[in-house]
Design a protein around this ligand. Structure first.
Ligand code: MEV
Length: 438
């Protein structure tokens, strides 16, 4: 319950920055760079402006004509498993970074987030068709488990030397599909610090001819599944009501408001989609900043949310016997530290250095903690005054810029727009004209 100040930094990084929001970008960058011990190149990469040279971009995708920039913010105050983290977030939406930082600050007063995860096991699917005896085929494949695993592992000695590799198989059976009966062989592969798509796709293609030989069937698809339900990360946070209290709402009221808000997302897919979008507001910016595949994370998250047959909330909010609010989030997170843009994009490399995570599993745990913080921020606002007031106050800066404000004018105009609850460009233009003596 004691808020961690300077002495709260157990890994050398103290994520609690006072008045960080009030600084200019260059000053913020300086503080982050100093706190995380980044070098000049990493600092430059985080600062934007040419972070991704055109020749690198040209090597990453096809038909390159340029690069596309997003704001990169750093969420502060995160304590996860007793360690402080600074969270890089690349995102276009106002209030996301502020909300995550604020919730992390509340959580920090109660010990922060606790996380755990499974081994980083991805699935590949090998689709077999043209089978007269799908049940017999399934039994045959399971009989040959050792041979299948050995062949899958024959192609990637590096992964084996790192302690990864194909660990197991599953065989799924669909008796009735529009294309007849199907048997789907799954390879369960520990991909260690990779996102794993290339690894498991190669294994699936390697194993496919053996699957045909063993079964007499015909292989069509050989591809990973983004429903990475063997690669799960979990976060938990417990907040006492006195930390939740606001000027207009008691902590107990706030806690039960959050529980009631979550209850709708548990039973109603219309609300669950928005609730989960709020969770992804925290996760995606971290995924983007670290050069990872956000479409894969999104696909896995939403498929997992529908695993019961009905799409539902990924998180749960409860009130413990102690009266504390308890939030939990469990979902697939297929993130890598090696390969792809994580290795080639200088800003992604610098973002990973800032996070100072040692493994892809640790990165996944940080991601779910941020997702849970973001979810709590949204529910806290929605359960009380609604999100528009806070959101518009932050959005006011955008509007001021659109109206042509520069430098200090931006803050002045944004403050006036927010104070009058009238956040519109024409209003911002009027204030700007007045400020400039027009
Ligand atoms: C907005 O980007 C996200 C929220 O709609 C999430 C939610 O409703 O829980 C505020």
């Amino acid at each position: 319950m004691v808020e961690q100040g300077e002495s709260g930094a157990r890994n050398g990084v103290n994520s609690r920055f006072e008045q960080f929001r009030d600084l200019e970008p260059a000053e913020r960058l300086k503080r982050v760079v100093e706190a995380a011990g980044l070098d000049q190149n990493e600092s430059r990469a985080l600062s934007g402006g040419g972070a991704l040279p055109i020749n690198l971009a040209n090597g990453m995708i096809e038909n390159v004509v340029g690069t596309f920039e997003l704001p990169l913010g750093v969420a502060t105050n995160f304590t996860i498993n007793g360690r402080d983290y600074l969270i890089p977030m690349a995102v276009e939406e106002p209030s996301v970074v502020a909300a995550a930082s604020y919730m992390a600050r509340l959580a920090r007063q109660c010990g922060g987030f606790l996380t755990s995860s499974t081994d980083p096991v991805m699935r590949a699917q090998i689709q077999l068709l043209g089978l007269a005896d799908p049940f017999g085929t399934r039994a045959k494949l399971l009989n040959e488990r050792a041979q299948i695993i050995a062949l899958a592992n024959s192609k990637d000695k590096v992964l084996l030397s790192l302690g990864g590799g194909c660990r197991d198989i599953e065989v799924h059976l669909f008796e009735d599909t529009p294309a007849g009966a199907m048997v789907v062989l799954h390879l369960l592969v520990d991909v260690r610090d990779a996102m794993g798509a290339n690894t498991v796709n190669t294994m699936a293609e390697t194993v496919a001819p053996l699957a045909e030989k063993l079964t007499g069937g015909r292989v069509r698809l050989r591809i990973l599944s983004n429903l990475a339900d063997r690669r799960i990360a979990r976060a938990r946070v417990e907040i006492s009501p006195d930390v939740l209290r606001t000027q207009t709402c008691s902590g107990e009221e706030m806690a039960s408001g959050i529980v009631e808000a979550c209850a709708l997302a548990i039973v109603d897919p219309y609300r669950a989609a928005t609730h989960n979008k709020g969770i992804m507001n925290g996760i995606d910016p971290l995924v983007v900043a670290t050069g990872n595949d956000w479409r894969a994370i999104e696909a896995g998250a939403h498929a997992y949310a529908a695993r019961s047959g009905r799409y539902a909330s990924l998180s749960r909010w409860e009130i413990a016997a102690s009266g504390n609010l308890v939030g939990t989030l469990e979902m697939p997170i297929a993130l890598g530290l090696v390969g792809g843009a994580t290795k080639t994009h200088p800003a992604a490399q610098a973002a990973l250095k800032l996070l100072a995570v040692q493994s892809a599993q640790e990165l996944a745990e940080v991601a779910v903690a941020v997702g849970l913080a973001q979810n709590m921020a949204a529910l806290r606002a929605l359960a009380t005054e609604g999100i528009q007031r806070g959101h518009m106050a932050l959005h006011a800066r955008n509007i001021a810029i659109v109206a042509g404000a520069q430098g200090e004018e931006i803050g002045t105009i944004a403050a006036e727009l927010a104070a009058t609850h009238d956040v519109r460009v024409d209003r911002a233009r009027e204030i700007l004209a007045r400020l400039r003596g027009g």
